[in-house]
Ligand binder design. Structure first.
Ligand code: NCD
Length: 309
């Protein structure tokens, strides 16, 4: 779509970003964070359509739009407060709604919702997380946080752990890591929550070395980053409370485990967390997750700026 000139088209898959585009996006995020002003969204209307709950993603996008001088309309509960409840298809909704604004930010329960919306929309679609598929802007802020902490991505050893089967953030981040050199990924997950074959074959195709192992304690001392995630309980029908608790215990991070990491190694989490990440880690130098969530604002501002200037 509007790819001529350097504008971004839809933002629906993390792998659409080239390294050059990522660098541009991150350099601008640095400047915005340092206080540079942009009014790239002046006279623009952003439509925010959230069919699934959200805290950080929605509010950081709203703040980003307002800081860039734009206006935002929409609903935080589109599943109930839109015509979806009357049986309207997402495609029909998007076809109409895209004529009311300049960009649509969409979160939805279906893996292919952003692609479906993009096929019907006359304006760019930004995925704010769709089903078990992708959450590209989360991956952008995750990568930005790693770069901010370590100054580089190439050559890092990264653990991704938790619910790798249903977690869209790990999937999007794995796709982005495939763009870098000599990255080594260790996947740590309960047997039933292992990473999908599609991601592993993508990594094979992109020469990313990886391994799958069951024990976080064994790898913690040797890595640069541990990226952990909650069990996506709402996406696992019939999961009983006891089983849920046991799953998160299998890879729980507490202060003792964090203490086994290198001094400059750090822990990330897209949040929200449950019991897989103990609050006693929060005041250690290893905790990067609050910084990570704050970075969402600068990265999303940068993305919106790049779409409209
Ligand atoms: C994540 C999501 O929605 O996928 N949250 C977020 O956007 N920061 C992670 C999650 O829900 O577990």
């Amino acid at each position: 779509m509007n790819e001529p000139n350097s504008r971004l088209p839809h933002c629906i898959r993390s792998q659409q970003f080239t390294r050059a585009k990522l660098e541009k996006l991150f350099a601008l995020a640095d400047k915005l964070h340092a206080g540079q002003r942009s009014y790239a969204l002046k006279d623009k209307i952003v439509i925010s359509l959230f069919y699934e709950p959200s805290t950080r993603t929605r509010l950081s996008f709203e703040s980003a739009v307002l800081r860039l001088g734009g206006s935002i309309i929409g609903t935080e509960n589109a599943a109930e407060f839109s015509s979806a409840i009357k049986g309207e298809s997402l495609g029909d909704s998007i076809r109409i709604i895209s004529s009311y604004g300049d960009v649509i930010i969409l979160r939805h329960k279906d893996d292919d919702a952003a692609e479906c919306a993009a096929s019907q929309s006359t304006v760019p679609i930004i995925s704010a997380g769709c089903g078990k598929g992708q959450h590209p802007t989360q991956a952008l802020l995750d990568l930005y946080t790693i770069r901010q902490r370590r100054g580089k991505i190439d050559g890092l050893r990264i653990v991704m752990c938790g619910d790798l089967k249903h977690g869209r953030t790990v999937r999007s981040l794995a796709y982005l890591l495939g763009k870098f050199k000599d990255v080594h990924i260790t996947f740590v997950a309960p047997e039933t929550l292992r990473i999908g074959r599609d991601i592993l074959s993508y990594l094979d195709r992109h020469d990313v070395r990886y391994e799958e192992t069951g024990r976080l304690a064994d790898v913690a001392p040797t890595v640069d980053v541990i990226y952990t995630t909650r069990v996506q309980r709402e996406r696992i029908p019939g999961l009983e409370h006891g089983a849920f608790v046991r799953l998160q215990q299998e890879y729980r991070i507490d202060r003792a485990l964090a203490g086994r990491m290198h001094a400059d190694a750090f822990i990330m989490h897209p949040l929200p967390r449950n019991d897989e990440l103990s609050t006693d880690v929060d005041d250690t130098p290893h905790a990067a997750y609050f910084q990570q969530a704050q970075n969402g604002l600068w990265v999303r501002m940068s993305l919106l700026h790049m779409m409209f200037s």
